[in-house]
Design a protein around this ligand. Structure first.
Ligand code: ATP
Length: 197
């Protein structure tokens, strides 16, 4: 079974494209959702977070005290790196457990915003980059989340550029309103099914 990474910059439509693969019966692991879940569900990580950031990282009912952690990591780049270095392996553990329970499919997708930045693409057999021009992506996210342009650009600037990602990806899906997405997905679906044989 192949593991295919799928990514794209903010507003590129990677989640939307992943849902099209899901309609074809392809299991999709959403790494960014998993990253939130492991912070309260992975016992090893919970212990590591308490060691690193103190008991105040969790409320007495076990819920994550996001503000406590955010106050520490957004003031100090080294603490942010420490947080990432703890969360990424926990997401890998969750992904591997998830994969272990999937049978009889030629391939699965791992959708992750920072697939390339986090190096997790190296654990994938192939990668897909979903692309769209910056202005279109900004408009989509403004409509979806009601965010200001500056906030979106701030997030965009924390990611590798689309140009850089194009050099790292094996396949590209253009989601820029000039090409239909579904035929591109169907073509890759055939490619991955052939590769898995
Ligand atoms: P983020 O990184 O911000 O989570 P994303 O890359 O996962 O974004 P989506 O959430 O899939 O992007 O898409 C962003 C917004 O644009 C959504 O509201 C989605 O419905 C819309 N969108 C994506 N692709 C298209 C398209 N081809 N046509 C119309 N709307 C689209």
């Amino acid at each position: 079974m192949l593991k295919i990474g799928i990514t794209g910059n903010i507003g590129s439509g990677k989640t939307t494209v992943s849902k099209v693969f899901e309609i074809l019966g392809v299991p999709v692991f959403y790494a960014d959702d998993a990253a939130k879940k492991v912070m309260t569900h992975d016992p090893l990580l919970v212990g590591q977070l308490i060691n690193a950031f103190g008991a105040g990282s969790f409320f007495s009912d076990g819920a994550l005290n996001r503000k406590h952690i955010a106050d520490i990591v957004f003031k100090d780049e080294a603490q942010l790196q420490l947080l990432n270095s703890l969360v990424h392996p926990a997401v890998f553990r969750a992904f591997n457990q998830w994969v272990a329970n999937i049978k009889n499919v030629p391939y699965v997708l791992k959708e992750a915003a920072l697939l390339f930045e986090s190096d997790s693409y190296k654990m994938c057999d192939q990668t897909i980059l979903v692309t769209a021009p910056l202005e279109l992506r900004i408009n989509r996210v403004m409509q979806r989340d009601g965010l200001q342009r500056a906030d979106i650009l701030n997030r965009e600037n924390k990611q590798f550029t689309e140009e850089k990602k194009k050099t790292l990806a094996n396949f590209i899906i253009k989601n820029d309103d000039t090409e239909l997405v579904i035929p591109q997905v169907l073509e890759l679906h055939d490619v991955f099914r052939s590769l898995s044989h």
